[in-house]
Design a binder for this molecule. Structure first.
Ligand SMILES: Cc1cc2nc3c(=O)[nH]c(=O)nc-3n(C[C@H](O)[C@H](O)[C@H](O)COP(=O)(O)O)c2cc1C
Length: 179
């Protein structure tokens, strides 16, 4: 089988993001035969139906989503819900005819936030996946505390237990894609 292509999307735009750090940890813990690119959302405007032609930045990320066999979505928790930058790119992607970019696509969900590890945000994201017909793995769930010493100042993951969970989740995602 040819290389399995995964696209990681982090809902946090800041350089030292713990959520983007989770995606880098996923990159470093992939099963053989898989690769993971990380999307850049820093130049993606808010969805606006008045924008008749999609901006080049949006086209770039939508092409990445379309080319991916599976998505790895990392969300912080903002006021008990998912990160708006992540919701925004899903909103853009959802406007393609027949939901062709998202329908049936396997997804792994992870996140870093306060003590509940973005769990409330992740369950909102799971609700969004229902309508978009994205297919998230149920387990393992990856909830990381961003404030308990498990990340460097640059946002790199150092927590061994979370790293092991991510490795397990990447194996499950690739197995689901192969199946
Ligand atoms: C506007 C705002 C709201 C937040 N609300 C929550 C929250 O409801 N629950 C929580 O656990 N953390 C909350 N946080 C903390 C973030 O989830 C935390 O800083 C996280 O590490 C940010 O992700 P990042 O490191 O990838 O940028 C909030 C942060 C911001 C800026």
């Amino acid at each position: 089988m040819s290389t399995i292509k995964l696209l990681g999307i982090s809902g946090s735009l800041r350089k030292a993001s713990a959520n983007t750090g989770l995606l880098r940890a996923a990159q470093g813990n992939l099963p053989a035969g898989a690769q993971l690119d990380i999307a850049n959302l820093s130049d993606i405007p808010f969805y606006n139906q008045d924008i008749a032609a999609k901006p080049e930045s949006v086209v770039r990320v939508l092409n990445q989503i379309g080319a991916a066999d599976g998505l790895v979505l990392a969300t912080a928790e903002y006021n008990y819900s998912m990160a708006p930058a992540l919701k925004n790119i899903l909103d853009w992607a959802s406007r393609e005819p027949n939901n062709s970019l998202l329908a049936g696509k396997p997804v792994a969900i992870m996140g870093a936030a306060g003590g509940m590890g973005s769990s409330r945000a992740q369950y909102h994201l799971r609700q969004v996946c229902v309508y978009l017909d994205l297919h998230p793995l149920n387990k393992p769930e990856v909830f990381a505390n961003a404030f308990a010493g498990g990340f460097t100042a640059e946002g790199d993951l150092t927590d061994k237990a979370v790293t092991a969970l991510i490795a397990e989740q990447m194996q499950a995602l690739v197995a689901k894609i192969k199946a």
